[in-house]
Structure formats: C-alpha cells, structure tokens
Ligand binder design. Sequence first.
Ligand SMILES: [Zn+2]
Length: 313
Amino acid sequence: MEPPKLQVPCLSAPMKLVYSDGYDLNLGNHVFPSVKYRLIRDKLLSEGAVKPEDLVEPAAASDEDVALVHHRDYIHKLRTGTLSYVEVLRLEIPYSPELIRAVWLSAGGSILAGRFALQDGASANLGGGFHHAFADHGEGFCVLHDVAIAIRRLQKENTIERAMTVDCDVHHGNGTADIFAADPSVFTLSLHQERNYPYPKPPSTLDVNLEDGTEDDEYLAALEQALDQSLAEFQPDLIFYLAGADPYREDQLGGLKLSLHGLECRDRMVFKKARAKKVPVTVTLAGGYARQLEDTIRIHANTIRVAKEFACA
Ligand SMILES: [Zn+2]
C-alpha cells in the first residue's frame, strides 16, 4: 500500500510535547541528570513557552514494538531483571524497575511524538534519544533505542517509508548506525567529537568527525554541509533530531566548545533545512551533562522553543 502523501501542514494547533513524569530514570546523584526531563517541562511551563494542554502523556511501548528493534532474549532479561553483572556495568547506570518503566515509556513517547510531527510538522519527546542502545545490548546510559523503535513502528503502520536521524549529540550514534547499517530506508547522520566515547564507531550513513574544541562557526559550517549533502541524497518522510545538549563548552562528558547561542543556531539550522525540503521533524533530547544543570535545562528548552517556531511557522 502506498503511504499517505506527506506534507508539512501549518495548523493552528500548538506543537505537541510528549512527556511523562515516569521518564525520570531515578538515578540519584549520577552524572546523567535524569531529573532534567521534569525540569525542562517546568521551565517551559513557567516561562509560558508551553501550555499544560500542549503536553501529552505517552503509553509505554509494547514489547512487540520493542522487538521490532531489540532481540527477544535481551528484552526478556530487561523485563525479568536477569542481565549479567557485565551487562549492567556496560549500561553505566544502575538497573531498577523504575529504569525499565522509564525506557519503555520513553520509547512509547518517541513513537507518539513521531506521529505528532507527521500531523503538525514538528513535535518533541521531552525525553529519549538513547542512541547508544544496540539490538542485543545497552550501553552508555542507553537501554532501549527509542528512536529506532519509533522509526520501525511508524514504518510498520505505514505512515512513513523513509526516515533520517540527525544526531547532534556530542557522542557518536553507535547504536543507531549499527541497527540501521543494512537498512536503506533509514539515513543516519551523526555529527560528533571524534576523540570521545564510543569506541569503535560503526559507520553511520554519514559521519562528521569533529576535532576537540570545535567552536560555533566551524560546527555550524560542518552541520550545514552535512545536512545539505544528506538531504540532497535522501528524501526522508520524517527526521528524528537527536538534540543533545552535550556539545556545549561547559559539558563534563564532551570536548566541543559550542556556546548557548551556537547551540540555538544549530537547532534553527536543522529545522530550516528540513522545512526547505518539507520534511517534518521530531525532537528527542539525548545527552547533556553541563557543570551547571541549569545550562542543560536551558539548552533543551531553547531547542523546544525553536521547534515551536517551525511547527506553525
Ligand atoms: Zn552524548
């Protein structure tokens, strides 16, 4: 069956933000501030950028949806708490029932946000972007690959055929690259610091390896070139934008030197290039480990503000 003709409508309805209090991974005093999801929501609401009615609570992904990407035995181990010691170590976050609930919810959130983007031109999951999860294991704070699950689910329900991931987290999208390595229906673009986790870096469709200390102008030039090349080669029905806050110069786990303004220019460039090609965009948040938590919150909130400009622009 032919998928419906996609367009980027300009609707009067405000952009939908998918969010659940259950996104908090309950990590306590960990470098991954998983409390950020709630704080971003609170900031957007208190500043009037978002109204309570714009927020939509997701249902958890079903195990059938998760199995579109992940191996059944890995899902079983997650569900039953039977990961090995080494498998838990590789996650770099403690295993808990709350963690499992959170990652299933985040995957459901990315599916829902993808549907909203097809309807409204832009949308966001105030969570997700777990790009280091592989089909058979998790690592680097990532248990389930919510974006890959969403892409496969939307393909299955025939609302999209082709998707692109634009991954601007400071770390390479190794799980994304591996999951879609042999899948010509998904174009994976990753812009990242070359000398940083993960090692090795399985090849994305297009990888842009950035030097340590890359600043705004150089980054934006590289992003523009990468987006132009990717969107000339491949016409996606939907873009999943992994808007990591960790290319920020004050990030504890990143070695690039983008400013707050540079990161906002990055966001605007992604939306502008997508809009020029009439491609809807869904935001997921991915990483962010600034020394000051307020900076991580502000960077993510800015991304949502930019997305809203394009939802009904
Ligand atoms: Zn990262």
